[in-house]
Design a protein around this ligand. Sequence first.
Ligand code: PHE
Length: 344
Amino acid sequence: MRDRIEELQKQVQEMQVQNAEELEAMRIRYLSKKGEITALFSEFRNVAADQKRELGQQLNQLKQTAEAKLNELKEQYEAAREQADKQDLTRTPDPIALGTRHPLSLVKEEIIDIFSRIGFTVEEGPEVEDDRHVFGMLNFAPEHPARDMQDTFFVEKEEGVQKPDDILLRTHTSSVQTRVMTRQQPPIRVLCPGRVYRNEAISARAHCFFHQVEGLYIDKNVSFADLRQALLYFAKEMFGPDTKIRLRPSYFPFTEPSAEMDISCNICGGKGCGFCKQTGWVEILGCGMVDPNVLESCGIDSKEYSGYAFGMGVERITNLKYRVKDLRLFSENDVRFLQQFEAC
Ligand code: PHE
């Protein structure tokens, strides 16, 4: 009997439980009417009288240890449960900081979306270009001022590297159009979005790089009326159904005739305000009918085909839509600026 008491004493001391059921199971196992300790008390009646005193003490000791241990486990378990109850499962989780799309991307995508609904597809091309694709094939005279170092960034020749002299950063995405025209015969209907570079001092109103979306449509019998209609559709989709457009004669080497397009000022609705300098109109893009010289230099028969082209600055359109006053904000990556476009 002594061994049995010692064994149980050990078991009881090492007892562990995970939950209320296990705790109750332990109580039943040792202390209930049919429990192991209770059974020892029944046996105790048959113990020889001279051993009763010692064994009786041990047995009582065992019973007390078991009770104390069960109480201790119960307290532990209840404290843990109380802690768990304190957790509020209905609490909203910590917000996950979501990134935002850059306003220029938002507007670029919107321009692409509007033109894709009338059949335009997107073409891209290299930002580091050669003179031919940026100027030569687009009817720029050899001494045209755009080719000047003051306007264009040229890529310097590295020593020992064989490279033509006329590598530069494209100044407009019309270079992508020359690439498409030399590769593909009409019908052509493409949009050319991308970053362009011009050698300008950085200020609130000018930057040495900005973004354009240019468009080109070439087919049989394409007329100026088609151009006007496409641009009117674009202006209304972009700035609202009441928007009016106005085309003013202009000049570009690669289009003839050429025009600049204004929209009725979307801030004052055309009445005249500080933004439109009281004129009621704001300029948004350049356009025109593709010069036959350009078609011919790209291998397209100008007697059979005609086409129109247009080009706009994404920053300009973004300014009109979101009233961003300083161009530099677009490239500074200040999260306080970018977060304002979270909902767009
Ligand atoms: N490429 C011109 C620019 O960068 C824009 C333009 C494109 C004008 C097509 C007319 C036709 O300013």
